[in-house]
Design a protein around this ligand. Structure first.
Ligand SMILES: O=C(O)CCC(=O)C(=O)O
Ligand SMILES: [Fe+2]
Length: 401
């Protein structure tokens, strides 16, 4: 393939841009116990003129996503300095956002759209117990109307928008090429038929999140959980590897493992859509956010995330044209693909992508909710393990706690 152009953002020093203090990565944990060993993929190898190199790359991707459902992505075209500038902007946001913007731009997740500012009092618009998580999320309307963005970020929207355009239209597009090739489909199959378009994040969204250390009361109520075990509902999620270790991944041995810090790397999650479109060959990544190891308990954690979403009106189904699926059939051992297949085989319509996304956002529960998070309410015991069980539009979702 023609070599992909590296990220070339607008300058940080244009006239009128306020000074933004550097982001200094906090110290890495000394803890090594219960850390995952993730496979790492170099995206730049897709440009190689040697077909053997490209074949080996596709094989590596295939193994990583079929075995683990997650991988590290490196050499994708954004330098560490460019990335740290985005973390500096996220940090700047939380030092400078006004109370007026916090009120005016407050999210309303009950609409199914997690757009705007999330206060640190839980996942509902009304304030609940403190969870210490602040977020700003850009959806399509937030890209189109500057008044939906905190004022302190207005001078930097050129950089933020160009970052998201690069992540979506270069990094994610190349990533989808790798996945299309694993399915033995044309390079742009997933990009053209499944990925949503029309804004810097399509119908997906981009997030600047800040996790502050929590009080004892919050920690006790949530048992250290900051976000429930879940799978992302979209196509792929691009998470930036961060020094404060809170993100955990559910291993094949049914234990949680922290994702280690790899400076500059992206952690790639497979979303529900990709599990379904691949007929279960790719597993949606089961992950959660948990308190960090003891030596990081008092640190603030910034997290930047790009959620790539499939076309909203699409009813997800396996890509029947995939030679891999035709040859090997679908893989039904677990997960959302199996549940969708059950519905289809009963002659029922599966949710559209937008419905699937919006129902989960609008009914999200808090890790601090001691009424919902117990056996008999949202939890069940399966084979001696406590699992979180929800049902969305007739689709049962069972996830590790
Ligand atoms: O902040 C993180 O590392 C993960 C967040 C996450 O999983 C999500 O928002 O879906
Ligand atoms: Fe997630």
């Amino acid at each position: 393939m023609a070599p992909a152009a590296p990220f070339n953002p607008p300058s940080a020093d244009l006239p009128g841009k306020p000074f933004v203090p550097e982001w200094v990565p906090p110290p890495v944990t000394k803890e090594t116990h219960k850390f995952a060993k993730l496979k790492s993929i170099e995206l730049s190898l897709l440009d190689s003129e040697d077909p053997a190199v490209v074949d080996a790359l596709i094989q590596n991707v295939k193994t990583a996503i079929r075995d683990d459902g997650f991988l590290f992505l490196e050499n994708y075209g954004v330098s560490l300095e460019q990335l740290h500038r985005q973390f500096a902007l996220a940090q700047y946001l939380y030092y400078n956002i006004s109370d007026e913007d916090k009120d005016n731009l407050l999210f309303d997740p009950e609409t199914g759209r997690w757009s705007g500012y999330k206060h640190p009092y839980g996942f509902k618009r009304q304030r609940g117990p403190t969870d210490g998580i602040e977020q700003f999320n850009w959806y399509k309307p937030d890209w189109e109307d500057i008044n939906r963005v905190p004022k302190c970020l207005h001078p930097f929207m050129d950089e933020i928008e160009s970052f998201c355009n690069y992540l979506t239209k270069s990094v994610n597009r190349r990533l989808l090429t790798l996945f299309s090739r694993v399915l033995e489909l044309p390079d742009d199959y997933l990009w053209d038929n499944v990925q949503s378009h029309g804004s810097p994040t399509g119908e997906g969204y981009f997030r600047y999140a800040l996790f502050r250390p929590v009080e004892k009361q919050t920690e006790e109520a949530s048992k250290g959980l900051r976000m429930h075990g879940h799978t992302d509902f979209g196509l792929t999620t691009l998470l930036f590897s961060v020094p404060i270790s809170c993100l955990q991944i559910w291993g094949r041995d049914e234990e949680w493992y922290y994702v280690p810090y790899k400076p500059g790397a992206l952690v790639i999650n497979i979303g529900d859509t990709l599990e379904i479109v691949s007929g279960g060959h790719f597993k949606a990544t089961r992950h959660r956010v948990f308190k960090p190891p003891v030596d990081q308990l008092h640190e603030e954690r910034l997290s930047l995330v790009l959620f790539n979403s499939s076309v909203g009106d699409l009813r997800m189904a396996p890509a029947a044209e995939s030679p891999l699926i035709q040859r090997e059939g679908c893989v039904e051992e677990q997960g959302v693909y199996k549940e969708f297949k059950n519905l289809t085989s009963k002659g029922q319509l599966v949710p559209t992508n937008r419905q699937w996304r919006e129902i989960q956002i609008s009914t999200a529960t808090d890790p601090t909710d001691t009424v919902r998070n117990r056996v008999g309410a949202d939890q069940v015991v399966i084979d001696g393990k406590v699992m979180h069980q929800r049902e969305y539009m007739g689709v049962k979702v069972v996830l590790p706690v």
